[in-house]
Design a protein around this ligand. Sequence first.
Ligand code: OTU
Length: 597
Amino acid sequence: MHAVHSPQYATSPSSFLLERLKLIYKSDETAHRTHSQLMQIVERRLAERSADLRQLDRARQAQPDWFTGNHFMAYTGYVKQFAGTLQGMHKRLDHLENLGVNYLHLLPFLRMRPDQNDGGFAVEDFLNVEPSLGNNTDLQTLAAELRQRGISLCSDFVLNHVADTHQWARAARAGHQDAIARFHFKSDSERTELEQHLPQIFPQTAPGNFVWIPELGQFVWSTFYTYQWDLNYANPAVLVDMIDQLLGLANLGVEIFRLDSAAFLWKKPGTNCMNQAECHWILQCFRAVVDMAAPGVLLKAEAIVPTQELPPYFGQGDAQGKECQLAYQSSLMAASWFSLANQDTRLMQHLMRTLPAMSTTSTWISYIRCHDDIGWNVLKADLPGEQMKDLVYASRFFSGELEGSYARGLTFQASSPDAVHGTNGMSSELLGWTSDETDAENRYQLMTALMFSTAGIPMLYMGDELAQGNQSMEHAHQWTDSRDLHRPNFDQKLLDRSKETGTREYRAMEWIKRLRRLQRQHFNAPNSSALKVIDTHSNALLAFEHGQVQCVFNFSAKAVDYRPAGELPLRDLLREKEWTEGVVPPYTALYLSPTQG
Ligand code: OTU
């Protein structure tokens, strides 16, 4: 079988791959050797790929922007909390279809470290399903059923680190040189020097970036938890094996890979070891191989980094269109919460106005919540100095510790009330809806309407469609960290109640379904660089044009005047009525379109 031609490559994915390998390894010999290993993998994985998946590959290649516009609505959650097991997922699919979901991101389901495993992000075996969730046949069956229903399965691919119980880590601990060479082992003085430039992801629960390994008398690099060992991509064997494993999963039916912690793949002493040029070249190698062996598959960068660091994950310069097709818009996400707490949208306006132009074959994931915290640090680079105190305010506001705050969340990894790191909690709790606070439903509508209109793939976090609340604090002493607050079991009772007209669950579900309908009818921009921000002369309002529709959001508790461009009346699509008021009520979203005829 032959690799298929991908039009974005001037020459071919194979020669682009070779160029990238030369850049990374700075040795022609290593590059050629690695290239020929990867090409053999391409051939083997292509031969093994099913007819069904090959057909999907061809259809998608014929339309390279198939996933942009209003095609997708995504949903993310844990297999265990959502359905118990992979087989159990079957009973949830009607619910997802009813919502309009056609992109399902299941959080890590591969064999994980027993005991603590960071919600499955400490992977022991990349080619086998976690036994308590099922087996590979279950995964294949689920993927096929999803495909039949037109739903794409997205899986994490945790490429930055492995569990300390992974066979490579075990072999390294036992002193095997080839396994040791797959990690970054450092002496005490080396790690002290490196540490000065490195960020701390979990400063409270896993301080520092290195762990002492007594068997080897050295420290091993572990950016996240101590049991997650960073892989050494300067060793080509790591790249080759990781790419091979990703293709193995693709052949089981995974259509989209969430490349976890994508920013951390390359270590360069004296830097923060994030977003390095080599890191992008590595991701481009993944993409080039995927384009040859599983060209229908999409790559999504999970790079939670300041906005100016994000565009390179789509590929820039001669790599344009040759890195990831998708990336999280985490700045806009965090900025929307920041705006809500401060009742001030200037930061969001700034972010939207300065979004770089993007190619039509890349788009964002637009979301308000996910399984992680709302990370405030990504905003620092975009926030003027005098607004830094507002960030502290937002963080305290959502932790519920401020008088007058409607929110019921928890701060994440912050050492003091003034230290800003992250915020946890289910959206309905952060919005005050579970305590039935006035305006809370409007805030829920505001935030969800925002994510459906900003021209990315809107992504719901499990339970948010039912305004599900936080997990009980009763077992908090067993939590890995406070992110467990928003990782409760999916509540079947709420789903049942959503069938009774008028209940909160009913209203939440109907609202989300309405947003999905309107997205399909009216929003078709490939990504947010196609939106036009409207000057509203108000700090409380955010407004932009998405095609024919003026999307207007009042982030404040006061009604605000809005004088739209064009003639009144306009049609309020969200409420299916004419809009003549010229006023946006508190915490309200409007999708305004010209009336017909
Ligand atoms: C990712 O997250 C995952 O989403 C987390 O659930 C994992 O714990 C982590 O990797 C390790 O696998 O910085 O860009 O601030 O946003 O850890 C990668 C918490 C990350 C997460 C952060 C994150």
